[in-house]
Ligand binder design. Structure first.
Ligand SMILES: Nc1ncnc2c1ncn2[C@@H]1O[C@H](COP(=O)(O)OP(=O)(O)OP(=O)(O)O)[C@@H](O)[C@H]1O
Length: 687
């Protein structure tokens, strides 16, 4: 018996279709996959690649179709166009939400097939592979059915070279036999087939067998030769025998691994063409079909900006109502207060006006709920959680006010102390306590003015502060938080939604393996990214218009500047959000990370826009950084257009645009670096 050489260079004499020489590859220092591997696939033959699980068969096929690189060595194919290559990945890698025929159209269009040709091929494969009805959605098919559809997709364009990664896994023997018969027939027509399989006996039908183990090819011969040489009855025994022999020579595996990594890859002639109308049409077809199928998701995308802006405008900055205030009125019980007191002159003692009633009536009209006979505990803490403040009026409150008014600066100490209302406020909620402080002070002046007017006196003759607020420079007198925060919410909405959509779509396409499959079929990454961004841009335009209509038409928030400038700014913000999403979708290996990174970054950026608190109060280091984060300058630009009617050429507005565009470029640049550095970036590795 001849000694079977390790790493045998083929003795097959036919023209080679695939030649791999001195291939080295490792994923990590301890994961050497190829260690000087040589392989030759003869043209017009079926080559069965066998090897234990994890020996590198899929990696090898990946290097042949251009989805992975070798660290060193060479790969040569007899085909120079992707059109001549048909690759069936290990996982089905189809568009699960599309129907079988829609998948045929996506991949048929990529290769420039006409509708008629695609339909014809679909018919042929339905018969050959016993496919389910072509209108079935792929995700509803069984594993075996999906695998058969995947094989049909691989062969739709009638390629010269078939690279098939375990096409018969999970199929019944009849179907497997049918597939092998078809492959043999194709080989007799001059097609070359490289096929991996775990079913060793099935591989007997191949013209040549390659047995791979520990980074090398142990043998490469017709199956019958191998069986004879090893004096075995079947291929399984050959495989075991060769494996045992290699164990004995294990030291060979640690042969000198090249120090320099060259990233060797196959190249196809049409690869220089980064953008092709034919391929772009196919990708857009796929996007539109997916959108049509996912109409509920699209509807949700349209509703989201409306709901976000509605919720935001209805909750943020709206004055709290129905706050409960405990009242201890030592002057008179509240039920003795009446409407007459509000109109009568308090200086006329016979009218029995209680000013505490007049004051409390103002609070009641402002929607405060007064809790009567409230008991103040000794330590002045509020006894009930829902009581936000407690007010205590002295017994001789009205009398003391009159005394103070009549005597002016000569008022007695008793009159001064008797006219003071004590108030205890729960400050655990700063917004609410500030609101109460503001209202109780405001109504002191208001009710004194009203009371003096009831007596026919000049309203300013009472207690008032010598300060006059003129018209606001920007904004209105109410100066409320909701108008301030409206533009911020709009900005965040326009950044966040494109981030999540783009990141999500890219991630899902990577996870399904369909994106990588499209790229192997020749679709360039640029075509894919541009198509996703185009769809997102259309959606974003709708979302921006909806969100602006809710913000400015429904809620009447101030938009002093041009609506067109504001729309353009929101589109620029959306573009940077999209690029951020793209970076997240490409860089993460699991969905949870993508979602966490997207939401986490957006929450952090929302804080640094000054939405919840002015940035002027932040730590000076954070303030310095926050200014240059993606949403800070755009928010300032949006505020400037909304409140100050700045034009698009004003430096503040230009800075907002510049920030969004620069960030978009930064995110794209990071994405490009990741794409050029990482192996198999277009697919998430499955176990
Ligand atoms: N992207 C990757 N990063 C790190 N290691 C990887 C990667 N892809 C594959 N590997 C490792 O490389 C080795 C070869 O994997 P490969 O999938 O090529 O084997 P295989 O022979 O196809 O296995 P199977 O028959 O089970 O599909 C395995 O040890 C695997 O863990």
């Amino acid at each position: 018996m001849d000694e079977v050489e390790f790493s045998a260079i083929s003795k097959v004499k036919q023209n080679p279709a695939i030649v791999i020489r001195n291939a080295y590859k490792k994923y990590a220092p301890n994961t050497v996959v190829f260690n000087g591997l040589n392989l030759t696939v003869p043209e017009g033959k079926i080559y069965g690649l066998l090897g234990p699980s994890g020996c590198g068969k899929t990696t090898l096929l990946g290097c042949i179709v251009g989805r992975s690189f070798l660290d060193s060595g060479s790969v040569e194919l007899n085909v120079k166009r992707r059109l001549d290559l048909g690759y069936m990945p290990q996982f089905t890698s189809l568009y699960d939400r599309l129907t079988i025929v829609e998948n045929f159209f996506v991949y048929g269009y990529i290769f420039g097939l006409s509708d008629e040709q695609i339909r014809q091929r679909a018919k042929e494969f339905t018969a050959l592979l016993d496919l389910p009805p072509l209108e079935s959605i792929v995700e509803n098919l069984s594993g075996g059915q999906q695998r058969r559809v995947s094989l049909a997709v691989t062969l739709i364009h009638d390629p010269q070279l078939y690279i098939l990664d375990e096409p018969t896994v999970g199929l019944d023997p009849v179907l497997s036999l049918g597939i092998w018969e078809y492959l043999l027939q194709q080989a007799s027509n001059g097609k070359t087939v490289l096929i991996t399989t775990h079913y060793i006996q099935e591989a007997r039908q191949a013209h040549t067998i390659g047995i791979m183990r520990n980074g090398k090819l142990l043998a490469e011969e017709p199956p019958i030769n191998l069986i004879e040489k090893c004096c075995c009855d079947n291929l399984e025994d050959v495989f075991l025998q060769l494996s045992e022999r290699q164990e004995a020579h294990e030291e060979i595996k640690t042969a000198d691994y090249p120090e320099k990594s060259e990233r060797v890859s196959v190249s196809f002639t049409e690869d220089h063409k980064r953008f092709s109308k034919v391929r772009f049409r196919s990708i857009m077809y796929k996007n539109f079909m997916l959108m049509r199928r996912e109409y509920v998701f699209i509807l949700l995308l349209c509703i989201l900006p409306i709901s976000q802006t509605f919720f935001g405008n209805y909750t943020l900055g709206v004055k709290p109502k129905n706050l409960r205030i405990g009242v201890v009125n030592n002057e008179t019980p509240l039920d003795k207060c009446n409407d007459m007191m509000m109109k009568d002159c308090f200086l006329n003692q016979s009218h029995n006006v209680f000013l505490s009633c007049v004051y409390l009536d103002y609070l009641k009209k402002e929607s405060y709920i007064l809790v009567e006979n409230y008991n103040i505990t000794d330590d002045k803490t509020l006894a009930h959680d829902d009581i936000r403040a407690v007010m205590q009026f002295p017994a001789n409150y009205t009398e003391s006010i009159i005394g103070r008014y009549m005597s002016g600066y000569t008022a007695t100490d008793a009159n001064v102390t008797g006219s003071i209302v004590d108030i205890w406020i729960d400050t655990s909620n700063q917004f609410i306590s500030t609101c109460i402080k503001f209202d109780v002070a405001r109504y002191v002046f208001k009710f004194i003015r009203g009371a003096l007017e009831n007596c026919g006196l000049h309203p300013e003759s009472g207690f008032s502060i010598p300060l006059q607020y003129e018209n606001p420079i920007y904004g209105d007198f109410s100066g409320n938080y909701s108008t301030y925060v409206a533009a911020i919410m709009l900005t965040l909405c326009c950044f966040f939604l494109p981030t999540m959509f783009t990141g999500g779509v890219i991630f899902v396409e990577r996870m399904s393996g369909a994106l990588e499959r499209l790229i192997i079929c020749g679709a360039s990454p640029i075509e894919n990214i541009v198509s996703i961004m185009l769809i997102q841009l259309i959606i974003h335009l709708f979302q921006t218009i909806e969100a602006m209509m809710v913000t400015y038409l429904w809620f009447d928030n101030p938009l002093e500047g041009s609506a067109i400038s504001m729309t353009l700014l929101m589109i620029a913000i959306g573009a940077s959000g999209m690029c951020f999403g793209l970076m997240l979708g490409i860089s993460n290996e699991n969905m949870t990370m993508t979602v966490y990174a997207g939401i986490g970054a957006n929450i952090a950026m929302a804080f640094t826009t000054g939405m919840s608190w002015p940035l002027e109060g932040a730590h000076y280091l954070l303030r310095a950084v926050a200014t240059y984060l993606p949403n800070t300058l755009p928010v300032q630009a949006a505020q400037a257009i909304g409140f100050k009617s700045y034009s698009i050429f004003h430096p503040v507005v230009l800075l907002g645009f510049a920030s969004s565009l620069i960030w978009a470029i930064v995110f794209l640049a990071i994405t490009c670096v990741l794409v050029s550095r990482k192996n198999n970036i277009w697919a998430i590795q499955k176990e």
